[in-house]
Design a protein around this ligand. Structure first.
Ligand SMILES: NC(=O)c1ccc[n+]([C@@H]2O[C@H](COP(=O)([O-])OP(=O)(O)OC[C@H]3O[C@@H](n4cnc5c(N)ncnc54)[C@H](O)[C@@H]3O)[C@@H](O)[C@H]2O)c1
Length: 355
């Protein structure tokens, strides 16, 4: 096994050399800025996310064509490309939607990429990746599988349990921590679980063990040359955030804190997802009920001493916040003005200020 360090968004020529040298049969493309909250932090992080993610994916596709390496690309995309909250209870298909178009010559049926509905700059880059995949599969006959992955939770895989040195990173902070891992860590230290808004958001989840199994299954089942990109929904369960918080709170005897939502998103949504492809290939999902207790006890509690509590509250907001006005001061200002300048309104007109 070899290791090569390449910034694939910046070092295009090196990437071409690495491909020519190793001639891989398959490439698992993880290499993107992967946090939605980080992507929404500032103009700098928005621009970095676009520069890095779009260039990384395009450089890889372009380098495969230039190097004439016939590798199957397996990309880690996201369920967030479909958006949350406008499909209602309509099941979200695996990437493609069949549509009927009325034409003067009668009804025409087409299979199109499911409409994209990004909820952050990070998700927007993943929707743009899809268009690049469609183009390179059509134009250069690259073989591509795009995995629309749900939110990953859990820490250990059958490989990492073999030695503590192999353990995965466990992000619990507001930018990089995924929701369920955050709840688990918060519960372990007695910090109230941080639910955004009323917690009516429904999201798709997958345990990290199943993530790696899905990647293995995707590699073993490549599309043919000339085929459009294969898209799999890499999810095993959907849950409402509030229900998840209540479940973790019950297991770990934790409290729940409903915070003002820092994101711009539907307060409540349905999410019905098709995931037949992986199940038919043999995936046996790890369910939340099976895995949660183990994660709380064996991981979250074991590493509590490493937690920096100041990293837990969310620090990224989807819209620039104006400094909050002081309602008491502005009331005083307004009543002073009213005293100095008698209102021109007729007696009986109600004041706009009420206490
Ligand atoms: N964790 C999740 O819940 C989740 C959900 C859906 C999709 N994904 C996607 O899965 C992939 C892996 O995410 P992860 O959570 O394991 O995060 P991760 O940070 O462990 O993996 C991303 C890796 O990409 C590398 N990278 C970024 N830009 C690069 C560049 N220009 N050149 C070379 N390497 C670069 C980073 O250094 C990092 O090692 C990402 O593409 C992410 O968007 C993750």
């Amino acid at each position: 096994m070899a290791f090569e360090l390449v910034d694939i968004a910046q070092e295009y020529d090196k990437l071409v050399q690495v491909l020519r040298k190793h001639k891989p049969d398959a490439i698992v493309h993880f290499a993107e800025q992967r946090a939605a909250p980080y992507s929404m932090k500032s103009p700098t992080t928005k621009r970095y996310t676009v520069d890095n993610n779009i260039n990384a994916t395009h450089n890889l596709l372009c380098a495969l064509v230039e190097s004439d390496v016939n590798a199957h690309v397996v990309h880690l995309g996201t369920m967030g490309v479909y958006g949350y909250g406008w499909t209602g209870t309509a099941p979200i298909p695996e990437g493609y939607l069949e549509v009927k178009i009325d034409t003067p010559a009668g009804e025409v049926r087409r299979e199109i990429l499911h409409p994209a509905n990004a909820g952050s700059v990070y998700h927007m880059t993943k929707t743009l990746d899809q268009l690049m995949f469609a183009f390179y599969a059509k134009n250069d006959e690259l073989r591509i599988t795009d995995l629309h992955q749900g939110i990953v939770w859990g820490t250990q895989t059958p490989q990492t349990v073999r030695d503590e040195k192999l353990i995965n990173r466990f992000d619990y902070d507001g930018d990089y921590g995924t929701v369920l891992n955050r709840f688990l860590m918060e519960a372990a230290i007695g910090y109230p679980l941080t639910v955004y808004g009323k917690g009516g958001q429904t999201r798709a989840f997958i345990h990290i063990r199943d993530t790696v199994r899905c990647i293995e299954l995707a590699i073993q089942n490549p599309p043919a040359k000339g085929e459009k990109p294969v898209i799999f929904n890499q999810v095993t369960e959907t849950h409402r955030v509030k229900d998840l918080a209540e479940l973790v709170a019950r297991i770990a005897k934790a409290k729940i804190d409903y915070l003002p939502n820092p994101r711009v998103e539907a307060e409540q949504n349905e999410l019905v997802v098709e995931n037949r492809n992986f199940i038919s290939l043999g995936l046996e999902p790890t369910t939340l009920i099976q895995g949660l207790l183990e994660e709380v006890q064996s991981i979250a509690k074991k590493y509590v001493t490493r937690i920096d509590q100041s990293m837990i509250p969310p620090h990224s907001t989807w819209r620039t916040q104006k400094p909050p006005s002081n309602p008491i001061k502005s009331l005083k200002r307004q009543s002073k003005k009213t005293l100095q300048r008698p209102a021109k309104k007729s007696a009986g007109t109600k004041s706009k200020v009420s206490i």
